[in-house]
Design a protein around this ligand. Structure first.
Ligand SMILES: Nc1nc2c(c(=O)[nH]1)N(C=O)[C@@H](CNc1ccc(C(=O)N[C@@H](CCC(=O)O)C(=O)O)cc1)CN2
Ligand SMILES: Nc1ncnc2c1ncn2[C@@H]1O[C@H](COP(=O)(O)OP(=O)(O)OP(=O)(O)O)[C@@H](O)[C@H]1O
Length: 184
């Protein structure tokens, strides 16, 4: 079992690249996800880069349910991300790490649901991210938000080595469906 996070990240990114190159699956919105969406609440989604799973169908389901959308805005590794209001189809600007981001003049919003990109996950809903702590810090700031990871099923490994600051997810959605503990 690989225990150090940088080595795990490299292995999982390679697995993800291979899977995305060969597969034409899409991430669809599971019923249990749609049922939890409430009109007027704010859902943070993300714009996928490279071989990341695409959350567009989840964001579209949220918009159809009357939710407001937001996207993360990142300046660099050190600064925390901020969630800015955004609507499907609204223009994006180039950001660091090849990201496409919302207009920086958009208002900052507090998300009720955070759709979270990830590099790896395990069945206990631990996640491994990019290593900058951007989502770990967002989870600490918005501790009441519903934390939903979005990934390809091949990104699952038996156990993610968790550090004390790692906050587990409430649910993970892959092309195979939603993994969650119903009580959360
Ligand atoms: N699509 C997307 N948006 C996101 C994230 C993400 O992981 N994916 N973030 C998550 O925190 C935040 C941005 N933070 C990031 C921090 C580090 C790297 C990074 O080190 N990227 C690597 C390449 C990664 C790869 O090949 O998958 C690099 O640029 O070398 C990327 C994003 C917010 N927005
Ligand atoms: N709540 C927090 N406040 C400040 N720094 C934090 C917090 N949580 C994590 N960090 C910092 O973020 C860095 C990255 O952590 P880690 O390698 O666990 O990220 P990750 O699991 O890849 O997740 P992420 O997607 O959030 O980057 C660590 O240096 C850690 O100290």
């Amino acid at each position: 079992m690989i225990l150090d996070k940088p080595a795990l990240r490299a292995k999982l990114r390679a697995t993800r690249d291979l899977f995305a190159a060969e597969s034409s699956s899409a991430i669809l919105a599971p019923e249990a996800f749609v049922e939890r969406l409430r009109a007027g609440t704010t859902i943070a989604t993300y714009c996928p880069v490279a071989s990341e799973a695409d959350p567009t169908q989840l964001a579209a389901a949220a918009a159809a349910a009357g939710c407001k959308l937001a996207l993360p805005f990142v300046v660099d590794r050190a600064a925390p991300i901020r969630f800015l209001a955004w609507q499907l189809g609204e223009p994006l600007v180039e950001g660091p790490f090849s990201l496409r981001q919302p207009d920086p003049a958009s208002p900052e919003v507090a998300p009720d649901v955070i759709l979270t990109p990830l590099v790896g996950f395990d069945r206990r809903l631990n996640r491994l991210g990019q290593g900058a702590g951007h989502y770990d810090r967002a989870f600490a700031r918005y501790e009441d938000a519903w934390r939903v990871g979005v990934a390809w099923s091949v990104q699952e490994i038996p156990a993610i080595p968790a550090d004390i600051w790692d906050v587990p997810l409430h649910a993970i959605i892959t092309e195979k469906g939603m993994l969650w503990h119903a009580e959360t």
